[in-house]
Write a protein that binds this ligand. Structure first.
Ligand code: ADP
Length: 575
């Protein structure tokens, strides 16, 4: 407290009971302090992290300097039944071809008759060929209550469940089934801004895959929570090794050796992420001070087609094995970088100084609009540092996310924004916040200490570089001012928007149809480009004997030279 009086307000995090320990560890390593309800005043925190969702009042009472780690209404895609419903709706609206990554699913008991129809039709048309189904309780996780069946007489349930087509030809590694846990961060739903983390997990079943026994959960389910109790968990399994997890890097070098078109695979996975999150856009209210970490479970089948199994709210962040430590510590550190906090939050501190000194300080609520200190709208004239810091260190959007917030045009209440409603309050705050508070410096991340790699997170790509290197897309002042997100933050790669058209379409009222069209166009162009490239490569590899299918594009190699060039510029280059 004394420190604060003399001008130093450390960043404070608040953890709800059950929040993962790794979050605490990473934040403390980075110099944050933990909020103490008894010591500190209510609201005197910067980040509130909960594993479960927040209450409505938490969203309503949020202050300008605060962030929550969940958007409201995320159950729209994280509950199995809601996801199934949305997927079906999108298939009807945009065609099954685009949404064919989602296995057919039925919500029982309501859709029993529908399921029975499909089940019977499949049996007769496939002339006795087996069709497998998987039954999952709609609101459970970690493999609880899941079973497989082939014959409908084995379908027994006593709660709401989904019955989903079982992908019975998974890609196997030495006979073991696996799926991918892809970490996705939705920085904002309005406009839609999605990042995918390059480092994820591969989760293995611990017994060899066989359709001869549908009862063996250790062979059909890839949940760690199940497999860690398997007999073979600790054994050194052929190629897979001990335990049941790989890092994504290890998987990628495996793919590299298999002569797989890894690029196409990652592109399809990016599409799955974007198309899935698009379904939630109309349902999630604009909450600019929230961000969401989601775990996408993707199964790859024997023909390298990725399937979406489910989307996890609060994906597990426990550190059970070395792969977890490598992946999850870096992940949390990169999320904090995505939030773009400064080391010392004078914005928050000024609020409290005023409160203590008894002067009028009314906290503007984020629910009134997306708040932006006036100085961020209009850089002070003659301030040389301003331009330097904007072009040299981060995007303007990140500036806004740093200490203050811009009015969000499509916020339900944004016709009359908080800024307009309470102009005095904001001027008061802005007068108090020195211009140095608004510089776009990001403090050095401590992830170096646990990753041993230079942190790129503190050196976000410069917009000026975009402009120079990529004339294909006019990166004009207007787009800069609207805060085009940086293409890479740590190991988070910008997945959406992926070009100027999608950026525009996701502003204001997201134009889902236009976005879907862009995804479609890009996929087609990419596919034809791949075919052409493959042919050329085959020819050249025959002459040189070299066959290298590991190509940087959307996903890119580990630590690629992506800085300054958003992924979609690569598309334009190769097309
Ligand atoms: P939970 O939330 O309980 O983990 P999931 O939907 O992720 O439920 O399913 C658990 C595991 O079951 C997955 O990790 C995967 O290994 C397997 N699985 C789930 N759905 C399918 C499916 N349609 N086809 C093949 N395997 C599946």
């Amino acid at each position: 407290m004394a420190e604060r009086e003399c001008g130093f307000a450390p960043l404070l995090f608040r953890l709800h009971g059950g929040a993962p320990q790794v979050v605490r560890e990473v934040l403390l390593e980075r110099g944050w302090e933990e909020y103490d309800e008894e010591e500190q005043e209510e609201g005197d925190w910067n980040l509130y992290w909960r594993s479960s969702g927040f209450r409505k009042s938490d969203y309503e009472n949020i202050l300008p300097w605060q962030r929550l780690n969940h958007h409201p209404k995320m159950s729209q895609i994280t509950r199995k039944d809601c996801l199934a419903r949305h997927m079906r709706r999108m298939k009807i609206a945009f065609g099954t071809a685009l949404y064919d990554f989602s296995p057919a699913a039925f919500i029982l008991p309501n859709e029993y008759t529908k399921f029975l129809g499909v089940y019977t039709r499949n049996r007769t048309t496939d002339r006795g060929k087996s069709r497998y189904w998987i039954c999952k309780p709609v609101d459970l996780s970690r493999g609880r209550g899941i079973f497989l069946f082939e014959d409908i007489k084995d379908l027994v349930y006593d709660s709401s469940v989904i019955v989903q087509r079982y992908i019975s030809n998974p890609l196997l590694i030495s006979g073991y089934k696996f799926d991918l846990r892809i970490y996705v961060c939705v920085k904002s739903f309005s406009p839609l801004v999605i990042y995918m983390h390059q480092e994820g997990l591969v989760r293995f079943a611990t017994e060899k895959y066989t359709l001869a026994s549908l009862d063996s959960l250790y062979s059909h389910l890839t949940n760690t929570s199940i497999n860690k109790f398997g007999m073979c968990y600790a054994m050194d399994k052929e190629r897979v090794g001990r335990g049941c997890k790989w890092t994504m890097s290890r998987f990628r070098s495996f793919l590299h050796k298999q002569d797989v078109n890894e690029l196409l695979l990652w592109h399809r996975i990016s599409n799955i992420v974007t198309l899935t999150l698009l379904t939630a856009v109309p349902c999630v209210p604009s909450s600019p001070n929230c961000l969401e970490l989601l775990g996408f479970d993707i199964l790859i089948d024997a023909s390298y087609k990725p399937w979406l199994l489910e989307v996890n709210h609060s994906p597990a962040l426990s550190l059970d094995c070395p792969a977890d430590v490598t992946v999850k510590k870096g992940l949390i550190s990169d999320i904090i970088d995505l939030m773009n906090y400064r080391m010392v939050d004078r914005f928050r501190q000024k609020g409290y100084c005023r409160k203590r000194s008894g002067s009028r300080y009314l906290w503007p609520k984020i629910s009134q609009g997306f708040l932006l200190p006036k100085t961020l709208h209009a850089p002070p004239s003659g301030n040389k540092n301003w331009n330097q810091s904007v072009s040299g260190s981060s995007s303007s959007q990140d500036t806004r996310n740093n200490t203050g917030y811009a009015t969000c045009p499509d916020h339900p209440n944004s016709k009359s924004t908080g800024h307009e409603k309470n102009p005095k309050k904001f001027e008061e705050i802005n007068d108090e916040v020195g211009s140095d508070d608004l510089k776009l410096t990001i403090f050095n991340s401590t992830r170096q200490s646990h990753r041993n790699t230079p942190s790129t997170a503190c050196k976000l790509p410069s917009l000026r570089v975009h402009k120079l290197k990529s004339p294909a897309v006019p990166w004009n002042r207007v787009t800069q001012d609207r805060g085009v997100p940086p293409c890479r933050v740590g190991d988070f790669i910008l997945t959406f928007p992926f070009n100027e058209a999608t950026w525009k379409a996701s502003q204001d009222q997201a134009d889902v149809k236009a976005i879907v069209n862009e995804v479609h166009k890009l996929t087609n162009r990419l596919a034809s480009s791949f075919n052409e490239k493959e042919r050329t490569k085959m020819e050249s590899s025959q002459s040189t004997g070299i066959r290298d299918k590991f190509e940087p594009l959307l996903w890119g190699p580990k630590d690629p030279p992506l800085r300054g060039v958003p992924p979609f510029f690569f598309f334009f280059r190769i097309l």
